[in-house]
Design a protein around this ligand. Structure first.
Ligand code: GUN
Length: 287
């Protein structure tokens, strides 16, 4: 069997085009332009790349992008004061603080200082609680993007066995909540899981979000399963720099029914969902 390749790039383009159309309509009808503030502390090169592409995509969707770059040694009080200013700013509908933060900053405190209504990452404890109790929440962008791809492929996910490998607050845990919300039977596996290959083989849906290059080989995958690879790992092979996922694509594609590639799978969906969340926050703010 050769898996169908899930084209996340094309799907994300479609979402972005729909967001842009909606933005144009509310600008025209109400004179409101959605605004996203992105805060980057320090100069981590990977974060720089992400922040730049988020800003570019925001502007391309017709929204305002406000970038705040702070030095790595910024005192916590200064960062919190900036967030409070953004909370009060009516031109800012979404606030994103790029993670990871330098170690002297308390990420939980920083995230929980963001107004939950502007928390387009869905990381604030209120949004985590709302999602966990099936209420209307801001949903983290990467898991939301994965869910959209899965729904597009399968329609209803009800009754499917879903295995999520990885238990991070950013991907693994909210992904599991979303799959549960769509009536999957969900297992969260992680680095201490016993018999990980066997657990993975249970999944009709396998979501890999561990951050370890090509850790999951084809023979851990149930034949015909849908594989969602969230990993973005930079490696060097044969003297060339490459991006690979958490799944060994070559062997997995021979077993899976459908699989997301890296790059061009989940990655583009994250940014598309960030734009969609910003638009949602703007619409909710203006009733
Ligand atoms: N760092 C890695 N992924 C993310 C994300 O989705 N949001 C933020 N704010 N930081 C990240």
């Amino acid at each position: 069997m050769t898996a169908r390749i899930i084209d996340g790039k094309a799907f994300a383009q479609d979402v972005r085009a729909r967001v842009a159309e909606h933005v144009a309509r509310i600008k025209e009808a109400n004179g409101i332009t959605p605004g996203l503030a992105v805060v980057l502390v320090g100069d981590d090169p990977a974060s720089e790349v992400y922040v730049r592409s988020k800003g570019k995509a925001t502007v391309e969707a017709g929204m305002n992008s406000y970038e705040h770059r702070l030095p790595a040694d910024t005192p916590e009080s200064e960062l919190l004061a900036l967030i409070r200013r953004l909370n009060e700013d009516p031109a800012v509908h979404g606030i994103l603080v790029q993670l990871p933060l330098p170690s002297h900053l308390d990420s939980n405190l920083v995230i929980n200082t963001i107004d939950p209504a502007k928390d387009v990452d869905g990381f604030h404890i209120s949004n985590v609680g709302l999602l966990g109790t099936g209420q209307k929440a801001m949903v983290p962008c990467t898991p939301l993007g994965c869910l959209m791809l899965l729904r597009d492929l399968h329609g209803s996910l009800a009754g499917m066995e879903a295995v999520v490998v990885g238990r991070s607050n950013i991907v693994g845990k909210p992904m599991a909540q979303l799959l549960l919300g769509d009536s999957c039977t969900v297992t969260i596996a992680h680095s201490r899981t016993r018999d990980l290959p066997d657990v993975c083989r249970r999944g009709d849906i396998l979501v890999a979000a561990v951050g370890r290059p090509e850790m999951i080989p084809g023979d851990w995958i149930k034949p015909g399963a849908t594989v969602i690879d969230v990993g973005i790992n930079r490696i060097e092979r044969d003297g060339k720099k490459r991006l690979v996922g958490d799944v060994d694509f070559e062997s997995a594609a021979k077993v899976a029914g459908a699989i997301t590639p890296v790059p061009g799978g989940v990655g583009p969906m994250t940014i598309a969902c960030l734009l969609a969340n910003t638009l949602t926050a703007c619409c909710r703010a203006h009733g």
